[in-house]
Design a protein around this ligand. Structure first.
Ligand SMILES: NC(=O)c1ccc[n+]([C@@H]2O[C@H](COP(=O)([O-])OP(=O)(O)OC[C@H]3O[C@@H](n4cnc5c(N)ncnc54)[C@H](O)[C@@H]3O)[C@@H](O)[C@H]2O)c1
Length: 474
């Protein structure tokens, strides 16, 4: 007996051409109020970590688009060549440093931006908070539970404010999903199925660099999944209670028969499907290759290095304080980059997906997908016209929502996040986009718990890890 009306009988194929109102009321975000209190003078900003995220988003983009409200007072990186190139690339005239403590001691900073290697974030966050200044940090907030506790303690004592740069939350598609969840169209959420696929270009890129070492990036359960775990926490409106996970390294690292020093010099160029020619990218050559001599950071390192010790497939089960259950997985060598997410509610279900070529009937150049995500230019070639979001209430037909497609700048989230941080502009107060130390902690604690669960083959309670007690409702 069919419980759902057949769609070919009374097909109510609602196509709601809904766009998220971006005009929004311009009110000051309480979470960021300290950063934003001065409206008349420019915020004095300093950046530590002048790698690609630093120079592009927190550098050139910030300088070009927000220089009416900010001024650079310092740039810092342990690599002297990279920080010198950063100054030129961003187009600023401020002092540069290779010693962070010297920058902090000699420069008057209102807001410190942290875009270093993940395992070092805590050092700069804590020093900034101890100095009483505001700090914006890239994800993941940190990579283990001890550092997480140290950051929580530093925040408790500081008059400065830690801002977690969770740009995915601000992404237009994700904000739309949150709006639908909060409208209770499908009732209270009871479980979520979330699968993320990194392709053989973007996924592989993590294994070429420091991300392949768990003492640098904490595994992709932190480096990459912190975004996804934060989205889940935010969608669900509750905090994670317990995590059980599996993970293996079966493709990259020691799993291949051959390996080389790096792609540029490799004798296996022709036979290696993953050969990547860094010399074609001028910025990368100037930022990384020209500065290898200072610190040995090889950007086109071999992804078959025996030292790689992270997982390349991961499956995580999460139970939340409000009883919601999540099944999450991350793949790192998929032929296409994208995701599927489905929300099961008490009264229905909502699903969406992205990047699945056979569904979109569009085979994009997979080597360019990640560049699109990182792109902040205002013009780009026409993309797909819309995302498809389907909601279906129990015993009713489905609604197909065609939501305007945005992929650049992390689903448009990068710009909206900066608008909130630097211009007090909030898209929609109800969405609670702004994130601080608690949200940053809860996202990394899921990843840390998952990593411990895999290592120790046991479920891990979030409350084991720091003194934060998970809340039922946030
Ligand atoms: N939110 C997003 O969407 C997004 C996107 C890309 C990167 N990121 C984050 O940005 C950060 C940087 O990533 P990236 O791709 O630019 O990496 P990268 O390797 O290009 O840059 C990291 C920089 O940090 C510097 N560094 C390392 N240790 C340091 C120290 N102790 N003191 C000063 N500088 C130090 C390195 O020399 C390097 O220049 C990471 O935390 C990453 O997770 C976030």
């Amino acid at each position: 007996m069919a419980l759902t009306k057949k769609s070919n009988l009374s097909r109510r194929n609602f196509i709601k051409k809904t766009g998220l109102s971006l005009a929004g009321t311009m009110v000051i975000s309480p979470a960021f109020s300290q950063v934003l209190s001065a409206t008349t003078k420019k915020r004095k900003v300093a950046l530590v970590g002048t790698g690609i995220r630093g120079i592009s988003f927190y550098g050139k983009f910030l300088q070009e688009q927000y220089s009416d409200v900010i001024e650079y007072v310092g740039l810092c990186d342990i690599n002297p060549g990279r920080v010198a190139y950063a100054k030129e690339y961003i187009g600023v005239d401020c002092p540069t440093f290779t010693d962070f403590d010297k920058m902090l001691a000699t420069v008057d900073i209102d807001l410190l931006m942290v875009t270093t290697v993940d395992s070092t974030h805590h050092e700069f966050i804590i020093k900034g908070l101890e100095k009483g200044i505001d700090v914006v940090t890239e994800k993941p907030m940190t990579t283990d539970e001890k550092k997480c506790q140290m950051i929580i303690d530093a925040q408790r004592k500081s008059k400065g404010k830690l801002i977690m740069a969770f740009n995915y939350r601000y992404g237009k598609l994700f904000s739309k999903l949150k709006t639908i969840i909060d409208s209770k169209e499908i009732g209270d959420i009871i479980s979520i199925d979330f699968n993320w696929y990194l392709n053989t270009y973007h996924g592989a890129s993590y294994f070429r660099r420091w991300h392949g070492l768990r003492d640098k990036g904490g595994t992709l359960l932190l480096h990459k999944s912190a975004h996804h775990f934060d989205l889940l926490n935010w969608f669900i409106g509750s905090e994670p209670l317990e995590v059980h996970a599996y993970g293996e390294l079966e493709k990259y690292g020691k799993n291949n028969a051959f390996r080389g020093a790096n792609c540029r010099s490799c004798e296996h160029k022709k036979e290696c499907d993953f050969y990547w020619d860094i010399t074609k990218n001028e910025t990368y050559m100037k930022l990384y290759a020209a500065n290898e001599k200072h610190d040995g950071y090889i950007r086109d390192n071999c992804l078959w290095r025996e030292e790689i010790d992270i997982f390349d497939k991961m499956a995580v089960q999460i139970k939340y304080s409000n009883n919601v259950q999540v099944s999450y997985s991350l793949s790192t060598y998929s032929p296409f980059e994208g995701f599927k997410i489905a929300f099961n509610g008490k009264d229905g279900r909502m699903e969406t997906y992205e990047g699945i070529p056979w569904r979109d009937e569009l085979q994009e150049d997979q080597s360019k997908i990640h560049d699109k995500e990182m792109d902040h230019s205002s013009h780009s070639k026409a993309e797909l016209k819309y995302h498809e979001i389907v909601t279906q209430r129990n015993f009713e037909d489905y609604n197909l929502i065609k939501f305007p497609f945005v992929r650049k700048g992390h689903w448009g989230g990068d710009r909206l996040m900066f608008n909130e941080i630097f211009r007090n502009q909030i898209v929609d107060k109800k969405l609670k986009h702004a994130a601080g130390v608690r949200e940053g902690s809860m996202a990394v604690l899921v990843g840390i718990a998952a990593r411990i669960s895999i290592d120790e083959k046991r479920p891990v309670k979030i409350a084991e890890l720091t003194d934060l007690v998970p809340k039922k409702q946030i």
